[in-house]
Write a protein that binds this ligand. Structure first.
Ligand SMILES: [Zn+2]
Length: 258
């Protein structure tokens, strides 16, 4: 399995070399083409579209169509020479989500993916050790975030265990993402518990619908009620009143996880 190709295995056709090629070039094994997936979850911070095959071009043109994603702790991944781009600037993409299709736009010698990994200061480091692993900034740190149903976007990540909380008081939340945790939420509009989700494979919630209950396995958590206050910390998951955070019928506008 590859973390950058939709199907099949990576075959590196041109490795990282400091100063001359600060990226790896990858094709699907046996020189085949494939869709490109996001290596890790993050926000699309830059795209370039409408470019053609342009041997000898320089600067951003040499990348052809490309996507740049900002990840947790500020690391970036960049996917260049794409034939198609499926995302827009500002999109939050999940790990494994299809974001484009391999091509030969820009200064490409043939159809392949030019994949870069950049530190928060934009220094390009060798992506090869991370092709099938978490990015360097991600190991050991776990975060969660909430979706603001009024502003209609995902609020910033908050570290699990920190004093901070996820949410904006008075704005109901419609979804929660959390690293490593298994959780589900109760949909206030549909009056039912939504499916359990785990890690960042999916979020808990129906964006746009308000939440009036939260359950998180193996965590200590509490919620804040809109026009109300913080409810007591919850330490377990079951179908008693102490086994979830929230009050049915009351909108939740913030969550805190320890
Ligand atoms: Zn390259």
């Amino acid at each position: 399995m590859s973390r950058i190709l939709y199907q099949g295995e990576n075959q590196i056709t041109n490795p990282y070399k400091k100063k001359t090629h600060e990226a790896v070039d990858v094709v699907k094994k046996w020189n085949q083409q494939d869709a490109i997936i996001a290596h890790s979850s993050g926000t699309v911070v830059m795209i370039q579209k409408g470019m053609k095959h342009a041997p000898g071009s320089t600067g951003n043109k040499s990348y052809g169509n490309f996507i740049k994603i900002k990840h947790k702790d500020g690391y970036y991944t960049l996917y260049a020479h794409l034939r198609d781009v499926y995302v827009k600037k500002g999109d939050y993409v999940k790990r494994g989500q299809k974001i484009g299709y391999m091509g030969d736009t820009g200064n490409a010698y043939g159809v392949h993916l030019h994949f870069e990994l950049r530190k928060p200061n934009e220094e390009r480091i060798n992506p090869e050790p991370y092709l099938d692993r978490d990015l360097p900034g991600e190991a050991g740190k776990k975060y969660y975030q909430a979706y603001d149903n009024y502003k209609k976007y995902w609020l910033p990540n908050v570290a699990i265990g920190s004093q901070d909380y996820a949410g904006n008081y008075n704005n109901p939340i419609g979804g929660i993402y959390a690293d490593a945790l298994e959780m589900r939420v109760h949909d206030l509009n549909k009056h039912c518990w939504l499916p359990w989700v785990k890690d960042r494979n999916d979020y808990a919630g129906n964006l746009g619908n308000n939440i009036d209950g939260v359950q998180i396995k193996n965590a200590t958590y509490r919620v804040h009620l809109r026009h109300g206050s913080w409810l007591p910390w919850v330490y377990k998951v079951d179908n008693t009143n102490e086994g979830y955070a929230g009050i049915y019928g009351k909108e939740i506008d913030a969550i805190q996880i320890k």
